[in-house]
Write a protein of this length. Sequence first.
Lengths: 309, 309
Amino acid sequence: MTDQPLFFRLAVLGCGMIGASVMRAARQSGAVSEIVGYDADAGHRARVAELGIADRVAETAEAAVSGADLVILATPVLAMAEVAKAAAGALRPGATVSDVGSVKGQVAQALDEVLPRHVFLIPGHPIAGAEKSGPDAGSGELFHNRWTILTPQAREDQPYLDAVKRLADFWTALGANVETMDAEHHDLVLAVTSHLPHLIAYNIVGTAADMEAVTRSEVIKYSAGGFRDFTRIAASDPTMWRDVFLTNKEAVLEVLGRFTEDLQALSRAIRWGEGDKLHELFTRTRDIRRGVVDAGQDISAPNFGRGQH
Amino acid sequence: MTDQPLFFRLAVLGCGMIGASVMRAARQSGAVSEIVGYDADAGHRARVAELGIADRVAETAEAAVSGADLVILATPVLAMAEVAKAAAGALRPGATVSDVGSVKGQVAQALDEVLPRHVFLIPGHPIAGAEKSGPDAGSGELFHNRWTILTPQAREDQPYLDAVKRLADFWTALGANVETMDAEHHDLVLAVTSHLPHLIAYNIVGTAADMEAVTRSEVIKYSAGGFRDFTRIAASDPTMWRDVFLTNKEAVLEVLGRFTEDLQALSRAIRWGEGDKLHELFTRTRDIRRGVVDAGQDISAPNFGRGQH
């Protein structure tokens, strides 16, 4: 619990798993006094009201942001500019507008074009998630010990810097560690650590499903040999991930190109029976694992069984 | 506990994680009366003796199998023929010789060439594992609710069929579900569900480690976005996996070829901004996940955090 609320009214636009988690965590932490939720889907709005995770559910984006000093966009990234545009007229001067999207460059630019000059746009991305989606999948503990990356605009004025500081404090109150970097670097880092892994997982599950000589039931039955980890990742929300690949195209294709080159070399080593080359790579990759475990970034029990984005 | 031991003396050749798990599970289940361990590595032999998971540790493969009615080879697959050859002279008539290798076709053939005609060769593969290796990583519960695949030879004589039945009962006693299939089909199924996933995981971790613009510490720090699942798989034993790719070359290259074709199509869909195609694939892969969860093949808490082979 923080001693004083950091914001008076938080509006969350988009009440899927991440949006619902922001609402739950914000309430648990005491970081905000009041929470208003909005979702384009009437079913989600009704469910948020039933769950009682918002103080109020608004019927429009405009009504939701009215009077809010913190607005967090939590829709799939390609829907953000539209909802921001719909809300723009009701945003109060000095409000902080942020988001939780997995892509920052293209999204920040689109938001900048539709938002009024009198708000502070500070794009953000909490690196946490789950294969499950919808308001019911939200968790107040989702951000605990996870990293949230903020990608502030290139502004040096004190009010903006203060707003960045307050938003960082908000995420800290929700249990996250906060880092800042520029949007372009964020998109490259996430292309490596998140977007490519998801693309590969979707691809391998698709390939397995299409094998004629191996039935789907065999693929499922014997998935304990490694495959099931990929199925968990490949069960992530389709719309969210479609948007990620469409908006972070350049970085994803760059990283995918390198991956493909490396895979060709590996394929050749297998074809030619070059055991030493295989052994060398397989030994080198262990070091990275040690780093992940030492840094406490491995899946911990409460998040067990979840996918990520 | 079984009422009667199924075998009098079990010899386990190779006391790494899987071999040690076979010993622990065999003792816990009461499926065997006596357990003898052997490992080419003197350090492993000493550790097995200290742990007390075998009744006796032999100094040679020959001494280990002497008098045993069940011999299980649990070395990396390319070392199996050599240890089998070393033990061959001491194998008693009617003994069952099996293994735990992740590849069956080439391994079974190599074993068949060095083993005497008077033993029953029944290749096997328990689909369970962990990223950890060595005798200390062994667990008596490792095979619980996992599948063990047996790939019997094309023999119809009753003594051989009886031996297959008894070996299946042994694995059932250790907690596993048992399936039989031919070696070639096993190798294709496992290429899809285990070997390709490992190859891809090793490759993606290698690609990430070689990025100049993204530091290793960033890769580790932000690994919660999907990458860390790959690091766990890519921390599996290098020698074991080198041997898998060298001995199941044909099936792995076949499956890898399909994976690469699919990945090219996916890459093109991203480049051309074909959101519908991406969404269609990402939706389709969810069905497979449901199958994995419904079939109870998802990672369960006791095996949490482990890689597989």
